[in-house]
Design a protein around this ligand. Structure first.
Ligand SMILES: Cc1cc2nc3c(=O)[nH]c(=O)nc-3n(C[C@H](O)[C@H](O)[C@H](O)COP(=O)(O)OP(=O)(O)OC[C@H]3O[C@@H](n4cnc5c(N)ncnc54)[C@H](O)[C@@H]3O)c2cc1C
Length: 471
């Protein structure tokens, strides 16, 4: 350890305690590589504060010595936002010890939690209070609420409840100079000037460190129905979405598109999963929830789907008759990312478009990609109800998957140019991190980039919060 490192280590240890400043390679390793294994960095230390005062003291000290700070929650982000750079000059600020409930207010339907609490634990605390926190991601056992807010996470219930931004009423933030902004207000109406919390949500740790949040809770869904529907085209899926929304309104909580290819891949990973209606080009997993105990949503769903079958919109459908059957249908959808990972490297896109533009986008983009890469496998699935697709390419089965990745830039250009042409976004829910910075420069307007840089300069003038990420 150099002299500077020894001084820094001693000062950090005086703030958070010696055991919470990690420098040994075996201890720091999990914090220095991202979930996908795509980004690896080095760090002067991994620092694990236990409360907001410690975060503020660490940030103040880092500002004094000019040490950059990389906040990290569960390290499940998919864009390298929580991975330090290669210099070894940065510290990783790991928030995982800050995992307490500060307050739960059933009458106001809010919970106040610290930023390092895993998402699944927030859900459990809400349930214990007889309420429901609807944010749900496949990574919920590991990802933290601080990471969820900082990436403005989406997940499977955005259609009904919105993304992390829509679920947040208040925030506590440690600013770049070490001051603490206490914005932990559980208000659903508050028009007292700029809505500051919105700046920090989705900022990926580049503007401040989130230390706590006030989150909205909802009535527990007491009636839940899950169905898998087979369709011939994405056009038909969009038509079905309209029919279900008009019949069920906001009781339609999930509408997940899965291509036949993606479904087959999911069953390859777990052949024990059901294959109720094999051989169709497209499927939609439909989730309908109601807080009323004896809600007629199952009948409403069945009638709407039956009418859609008669109209030629739907080819076939199956409804889960137990929670276990519903979980197995959901596993078909949730398995796809892991199944794709097992198939080897692939080129992924997390895009969003107006739902109405998706059929035309897919027709054009599929044709352009298959013209350029005739044997590539398109793995298409995602939150169609939110206009968000995971639009991925795997190598042909007999092709070296690693060589295939050499095509990533050309593939990305085909996909993102068409997304832009249709007025969509090249990053719907995973953020920018270090993975998509060049795309940000390419696809954001000069005005948008100027505004983003002005906000960064105002809140972090020395650029010490998560440098090299987003901007
Ligand atoms: C299997 C799997 C499925 C996933 N599914 C989804 C999905 O459906 N929808 C979705 O949106 N995402 C999904 N993700 C991505 C990921 O889980 C989310 O981005 C999640 O919100 C990240 O939380 P985290 O605590 O792991 O954050 P990290 O990965 O630790 O950090 C993410 C970013 O937030 C910053 N950050 C973390 N904590 C703080 C803090 N307290 N203050 C300031 N900045 C902070 C980091 O610096 C980094 O830039 C998935 C990931 C996996 C592995």
């Amino acid at each position: 350890m150099g002299e500077l490192d020894a001084t820094v280590h001693a000062r950090l240890a005086s703030i958070v305690g010696d055991t919470n400043v990690l420098t040994a390679a075996a201890e720091t390793e999990p914090y220095l590589i991202d979930w996908r294994g795509s980004f690896r960095g080095r760090a002067r230390a991994v620092v694990r504060p236990g409360n907001t005062a410690e975060v503020a003291a660490v940030v103040r000290f880092c500002a004094d010595v000019g040490t950059p700070v990389v906040p990290q929650g569960g390290n499940t982000g998919l864009c390298g936002g929580a991975t330090p750079d290669a210099t070894g000059d940065e510290i990783v600020l790991a928030l995982g010890r800050m995992n307490r409930v500060r307050d739960i207010d059933p009458a106001n339907a809010t919970i106040t939690v610290e930023a390092g609490m895993p998402l699944a634990t927030v859900q459990e605390h809400a349930a214990a209070a007889g309420l429901y926190f609807p944010l749900s991601l496949a990574s919920e056992g590991s990802c933290t609420i601080g990471g969820n807010l900082s990436t403005n996470a989406g997940g499977t219930a955005v259609l009904r409840f919105g993304n992390a931004r829509d679920l947040t009423l208040g925030l506590e933030i440690v600013l770049a100079d070490g001051r603490v902004w206490n914005g932990l207000r559980g208000l659903r109406k508050d028009n007292t000037g700029y809505d500051l919390k919105q700046l920090f949500i989705g900022a990926e740790g580049t503007l401040g460190i989130a230390t706590a949040a006030v989150l909205k809770l909802f009535p527990v869904p007491r009636t839940q129905v899950t169905a898998l529907v087979a369709l011939a085209s994405v056009n038909a899926a969009v038509a079905l979405l309209g029919r279900l929304q008009s019949a069920l309104s906001d009781r339609l909580t999930g509408f997940e598109l899965v291509s036949g290819v993606a479904l087959a891949l999911s069953r390859k990973l777990d052949p024990a999963l059901p294959a109720p209606m094999p051989g169709h080009a497209w499927y939609v997993l439909v989730q309908v929830d109601d807080s009323a105990q004896d809600s007629p949503i199952a009948t409403l769903l069945e009638t709407t789907v039956a009418t859609a079958v008669e109209a030629g919109v739907v080819l076939d459908a199956t409804i889960a008759h137990s929670a276990a059957q519903a979980a197995r249908l959901w596993a078909l959808r949730e398995n796809i990312s892991e199944a794709q990972r097992r198939e080897g490297p692939n080129i992924k896109h997390d895009i969003s478009l107006a739902v109405s533009s998706i059929p035309a986008f897919l027709e054009e983009c599929n044709a352009a990609l298959l013209a350029a890469f005739p044997r590539a496998r398109l793995i298409i699935f995602g939150h169609l109800g939110d206009g968000n697709l995971h639009y991925n390419l795997s190598a042909p089965e007999d092709h070296s998957a690693v060589d295939f990745l050499d095509n990533a830039t050309a593939v990305n250009r085909i996909v993102y140019d068409r997304v832009a042409h249709h007025g969509g976004s090249f990053s719907a829910e995973h953020g920018i991190g270090q993975l998509k910075r060049d795309e940000l420069l390419r696809y954001k307007s000069d005005v948008e980039l100027d505004l983003m840089r002005a906000i960064k300069r105002a809140l972090d003038p020395r650029g010490l919060f998560n440098p090299g990420k987003v901007l």
